[in-house]
Design a protein. Structure first.
Length: 257
């Protein structure tokens, strides 16, 4: 698809750690309002891809566009130069990220954790930030726990606070990096329910998950990664029922075994 049509677009992304290629020319696009789910074995580059898309890691090659505009790097006098930290911060505020671990500030209660981006990044007055944060906590079903600290919340509740913290910034796209992998089995459902409601409201989403039943339910498109490459992309019904690649067939058979 043309870059200008995509909400978020990656072209030929390369990322290396200690001389090892983790991303090997990954190209990837998500349209406005689309939910794209990435699956694949551990070590295939899924989390690294999200970290590059969120500008938390600089790619070693390739380009990223948000609403058709390049982000992360600029061309200066024919050279590829990383954007200044102030420029990166603006773009990061437009891309919400929810991690495997909740990354909440332990000295702040739930309401303060959701507020902090509004006051520190958006520079909103505290009263306005508090009102917006309270609305988001209600949206994720935690209005009664607004004054609880992270160690007083279950893992599922902490992850819902983390989702509220990302959503309150009104991002253009939300990235979820295996958001239920650190949760006990009985807590997974409450987080997936919140994510499903966010998708229904039209948020552009990229989700890395091993919850294949959820992936099948929520995804407009499924992406299969292996060894740092996208090897297959298709609608959920097609990829699950009739995958084109033998590697995808082996992965799905192993996961369902």
């Amino acid at each position: 698809m043309p870059v200008s049509d995509a909400m978020l677009d990656a072209s030929a992304l390369v990322k290396r750690y200690d001389g090892q290629d983790v991303l090997r020319g990954v190209s990837f696009s998500v349209l406005p309002g689309q939910v794209k789910v990435i699956i694949g074995p551990s070590g295939s580059g899924k989390s690294t891809l999200l970290r590059c898309l969120a500008l938390l890691e600089p790619a070693d090659g390739g380009e990223i566009h948000l609403e058709g505009k390049p982000i992360g790097f600029k061309d200066r006098r024919g050279k590829r130069v990383r954007e200044r930290e102030s420029e990166l911060a603006v773009h990061r505020s437009e891309i919400g990220m929810v991690f495997q671990r909740f990354n909440l500030f332990p000295h702040m209660n739930a309401l303060e954790n959701v507020m902090v981006g509004l006051t520190e990044v958006r520079k909103l007055p505290k009263d306005e930030a508090r009102t917006k944060a309270a609305e988001l906590l209600e949206r994720v079903g935690l209005s009664q726990r607004a004054h609880a600290y992270p160690d007083e919340l279950s893992g599922g509740q902490q992850q819902r606070v983390a989702i509220a913290r990302a959503l309150v910034m009104r991002p253009k796209v939300m990235l979820f990096d295996e958001p239920t992998s650190a949760l006990d089995a009985e807590l997974v459902g409450e987080v997936l329910e919140v994510m499903e409601s966010v998708a229904r409201e039209g948020m552009t989403m990229v989700v890395v998950t091993h919850e294949l039943r959820f992936a099948r339910k929520i995804a407009d498109s499924l992406v299969m990664m292996d060894e740092g490459r996208v090897i297959e992309e298709a609608p959920p019904e097609t990829l699950f029922e009739n995958p084109a690649e033998e590697r995808t067939k082996r992965f799905l058979a192993a996961v369902h075994a």
